[in-house]
Design a protein. Structure first.
Length: 449
């Protein structure tokens, strides 16, 4: 008897992002992205690493497709580099850049792997950054135009789309915290405007794909809302965690789902609220087919009648277990609660785990193997939580592990390994780790093993 079986049509995939894995960011007429420029500034990335080589997927994509096929991976979530296709962000099209993605898509399909395209995963054309980047609504409009063009060229073969990945990380982390591209630390109102403009870009992309696709398509986004979890499962704590989930989604998912910013959020923001109008809110709330969730670490919630919204966050004690990343605390129940709350709050019809995984101190042993038992433990517990959701009828339809390959981990450079496949950064040789073999067995059995 199989333990923890999944639905027959559950989708098992793997995910990457263009700047992290492709390398050769200026090849074949591509323009620089803001991450290319940012990573070349001394001191912005650990050890001054850049994505110039990444892990070379731009040239090695056929090998990576064969690797996925061998592991049994059913779907590949990749992102498209905007500046490969529009070197200046708008205007002139670079046909060679588009051709790379055409070739990748064809290779995936030829090997029975579904292509799931992310239209934006943080690498904004530098030409648009120079004009204000996400501070400007013109960037959102340019994004809609770029998405319209690309979807018109690939939608004969690509049915599944993510508009943007993690709005928080290309807005607040880049324009408020200054630790991601473009590395700015701006005032709260301007930062709030970047978030709104990111949401507007999402809505414009939804409309652009629907208008330009040549066949019916499946559209959503990949979002990293704080995954709230009841600190223990009483009715009161579950209700509090549900309220917190909506509360923490107030500047992104909530307006997408409800068509307006919540009154409590506008009141809290006060003069720092972004500038917007009713037409923009209609665009932002354009209907989507699914919500993708990037889930890593828990936010524990307890009911508290005396707290402003009836809940409060429970701090994690010193020594709470975490993986090899300062923020990556262990809490596999997030893979159950986030899909559940999406269903209960907004009646979302389809949920995909679009990123889940962990960094580990991977080391190749003398026998040529990488025994990442910690990652196996992490993934297995998340799969069990996902199966709980599926068994209860929550519409969790698929899972994309982060990441297929060790790669450029943004501000951490190559110092943190998230891949199921070990990459020798000198030779670019790929070696499946123990976790890849475990994942392959899960896929083969369609159950946790």
């Amino acid at each position: 008897m199989k333990a923890y079986p999944f639905a027959d049509d559950f989708l098992w995939g793997a995910a990457t992002a263009s700047y992290q894995v492709e390398g050769y960011p200026l090849a074949d007429g591509a323009g620089p992205s803001n991450w290319h420029v940012f990573s070349h500034k001394p001191g912005t990335v650990e050890n001054d690493h850049t994505g110039d080589i990444g892990v070379g997927q731009y040239k090695l994509y056929r090998d990576d497709v064969q690797l996925m096929k061998k592991l049994g991976i059913q779907a590949y979530r990749f992102s498209i580099s905007w500046s490969r296709i529009f070197p200046e962000g708008t205007g002139r099209v670079n046909e060679k850049g588009l051709q790379y993605y055409q070739n990748l898509i064809d290779e995936l399909l030829a090997n029975g792997i579904q292509p799931w395209a992310t239209m934006f995963h943080w690498d904004l054309p530098q030409a648009l950054e120079d004009k204000g980047g996400w501070r400007s609504k013109d960037t959102a409009r340019a994004f809609g135009d770029y998405v319209a063009y690309v979807s018109s060229k690939i939608s004969d073969r690509v049915k599944n789309y993510f508009t943007v990945n993690e709005i928080y990380c290309f807005t607040r982390t880049g324009y408020k915290d200054g630790i991601f591209a473009p590395g700015l630390k701006l005032d709260p109102k301007t930062v709030a405007q970047t978030v709104h403009n990111g949401c507007l870009a999402h809505g414009l992309a939804v409309q652009a794909i629907r208008a330009n696709a040549v066949q019916p398509v499946n559209i959503g986004l990949a979002e990293n809302m704080p995954p709230t979890v009841p600190v223990y499962e009483t009715e009161e704590n579950i209700a509090a965690a549900r309220t917190a989930f909506r509360h923490y989604s107030a500047d992104k998912l909530l307006p997408m789902m409800e068509g307006a910013y919540a009154d409590f959020w506008l009141e809290e923001m006060g003069d720092n609220a972004p500038e917007f109008n009713d037409e923009e809110m209609k665009i932002i709330s354009s209907p989507i087919d699914f919500v993708g969730i990037n889930v890593y670490a828990p936010v524990y919630i307890i009911a508290d009648a005396d707290a402003p919204h009836g809940f409060r966050e429970v701090p994690l004690p010193q020594g709470y277990p975490r993986m090899n990343m300062p923020w990556l605390y262990v809490g596999p129940n997030i893979t159950y609660w986030a899909p559940r709350f999406l269903k209960e709050i907004w009646d979302v019809k389809g949920v995909y785990v679009t990123e889940n995984g962990c960094a580990a101190q991977d080391k190749m042993e003398l026998d040529g193997e990488v025994y990442d038992t910690d990652r196996v433990m992490y993934l297995r517990n998340h799969f069990i939580a996902a199966q709980r959701a599926v068994s209860e009828g929550i519409p969790l339809k698929g899972y994309f592990v982060w990441s297929l390959l060790d790669n450029f981990e943004w501000a951490s450079g190559y110092n943190k390994r998230f891949g199921m496949v070990y990459v020798n950064y000198q030779t670019l040789e790929r070696t499946p780790k123990l976790s890849a073999k475990f994942y392959s067995e899960v896929i083969k059995n369609n159950a946790v093993v």
